[in-house]
Design a protein around this ligand. Structure first.
Ligand code: ZN
Length: 495
């Protein structure tokens, strides 16, 4: 078994989607264009995302590009095999998956019986319990899963520090209909890197190290390969991979311990949007972002593309897109059929409570701050209608009404509002992109209709007590009055 070798640069692990079937490619084959696919295919959407991140991290580390012009050329034209092999020749040994000083692993990670489950977020998931044992993973899943372990580590107590970004925040990547082009679209050119003033990277920044530094002291590539865990994978008996299900040679995690730690401050992660506090008195300039856990992700997606003033508690701060997104909009080619790929976990300390993994539309027009402001105004209208509905239903509940089923009817009504608003939102979004000026007026009508329907469904279902019916009628009247008042205000604002 000690003979087993697998190199992350030259052996095939990238799960390309070739007409709905998986075909594995090596990193070299991808960069040379010998193999490519429109997308990746894997039963787990998070592993797919980790794979994209690893591909771009490797490219950021090994193939620097001078400026946007050179980067644009890389996106269009594959590199020759000669150039790729030449470049990786002296580093190849650092990317062995098995053995001493293996890639993204530590040879002296403390021995544990079988820590494979720790490699998977979902084994600590609050909502889903895995139906099968996390005993070992195949060679092809291992590179992406290892990358995910480090990039999305939560704080685990007893010295286990979270990822370089802290508790995992939103990750955004530019998606193109080619895995190779997507890989390049998510690296920063040297010019962009200099503008963001990252400190100099250490030699071979992908190697295992144990560090304790502030975020501002971490180099760009060092941060992409930051290792908060000391993990060690060892070969075990053949069987079914707990990530993809394929039968074959497998590895299990025999070591899993705490490692590098960020000592305050913020590493400006190229794939994460952040809040910027520009006030001179700010204690901390940058803070990472997550989606609101009580709202669907479409309510916040334009804030991932253009600068926006925060609202409420965040009023003083600016929402800034990820550096990679800004580079794409300002220097590369925002109109070439790109989408915005988003991964976000909602975590409560070490426990994962939810996951968003979606693709959103992305073009120059959509990333325009003015259009972003317009979309935010649609979301604010929806928020306003939602609050009116919430008040009306709460009023009914206080009076002892509502469907008499104990429990969550109010919660159900609230959740249904956001669910039913999604389709009207995207239709309005599309209509606005086409320049239809009355689209927002129709949107308001539709969500008010949704709110009224929900009120009727939830408040009137056990109406048999005349006194209580009077409460329902009053609450419904107030809801309608609120809508009318908002319309008047909106009309005045336009005039
Ligand atoms: Zn697998």
């Amino acid at each position: 078994m000690s003979e087993l070798r697998f190199n992350v640069l030259t052996d095939p692990w990238i799960p390309l989607d070739v007409q709905g079937r998986v075909r594995h490619a090596s990193y070299v084959e991808l960069l040379t264009g010998e193999r490519d696919g429109e997308d990746l295919i894997h039963p787990r959407d998070d592993v797919r995302f980790y794979a994209r991140m690893l591909l771009s991290a490797l490219t950021q580390a090994l193939f620097p590009t001078k400026d946007a012009k050179e980067l644009r050329k890389r996106i269009v034209e594959p590199l020759s095999r000669e150039v790729v092999e030449d470049r990786i020749a002296s580093f190849k040994g650092d990317f062995e998956l098995i053995g001493e000083q293996a890639f993204l692993q530590s040879s002296d990670a403390s021995e544990r019986e079988n820590a494979t489950a720790s490699l998977f977020f979902d084994s600590r998931h609050d909502l889903f319990r895995p139906a099968h044992a996390y005993d070992a993973i195949c060679l092809r899943c291992a590179p992406a899963v290892l990358y995910g372990v480090h990039a999305f580590a939560t704080s685990g107590g007893r010295g286990y520090s979270p990822s370089v970004r802290g508790t995992p925040p939103i990750t955004t990547m530019v998606g193109l209909p080619s895995v190779r082009r997507t890989t390049w679209a998510n690296v920063l050119s040297d010019a962009e890197r200099a503008a963001l003033a990252y400190p100099t990277d250490p030699e071979r920044p992908w190697l295992f190290r144990t560090e304790a530094k502030t975020g501002e002291m971490i180099g760009l590539v060092e941060g992409l390969f930051w290792q908060p865990r000391a993990v060690r994978l060892v070969p075990t008996e053949e069987g079914s991979c707990c990530a993809c299900g394929q039968v074959g040679v497998r590895l299990l995690a025999s070591g899993y311990a705490a490692n590098s730690k960020v000592m305050g401050g913020t590493y400006r992660h190229p794939w994460s949007p952040a809040w910027e506090d520009t006030s001179p008195k700010a204690k901390r300039r940058w803070a990472y972002r997550n989606f609101r856990s009580d709202r669907p992700s479409w309510t916040g997606f334009t804030d991932l593309l253009s600068d926006a003033q925060g609202s409420g508690r965040r009023g003083e701060k600016l929402a800034r897109p990820a550096p990679i997104v800004r580079q794409w909009t300002e220097r590369l080619d925002p109109d070439s059929g790109a989408s915005l790929l988003v991964l976000d976990y909602s975590a409560d300390k070490a426990r994962i409570r939810g996951r968003v993994c979606e693709a959103f539309p992305f073009s120059r027009q959509i990333a325009d701050p003015e259009f972003g402001q317009y979309v935010r105004s649609l979301v604010e209208r929806a928020e306003d209608v939602f609050r009116a509905l919430e008040n009306a239903l709460s009023h009914v509940r206080r009076k002892g009404g509502g469907s008499k089923v104990k429990g969550y009817w109010l919660y159900d009504a609230n959740a249904a509002f956001w669910q039913r608003s999604e389709a009207p939102f995207w239709e309005t979004f599309e209509a606005s992109l086409r320049g239809e000026l009355d689209a927002d007026g129709r949107f308001l009508e539709r969500i008010e209709r949704i709110a009224l329907d929900l009120f009727d469904e939830h408040a009137s279902s056990s109406a048999n007590d005349p006194q209580w019916i009077a409460h329902v009628v009053r609450a419904r009247g107030r809801l309608l009055a609120r809508f009318a008042q908002r319309r008047k205000e909106a009309a005045r604002a336009v005039a």
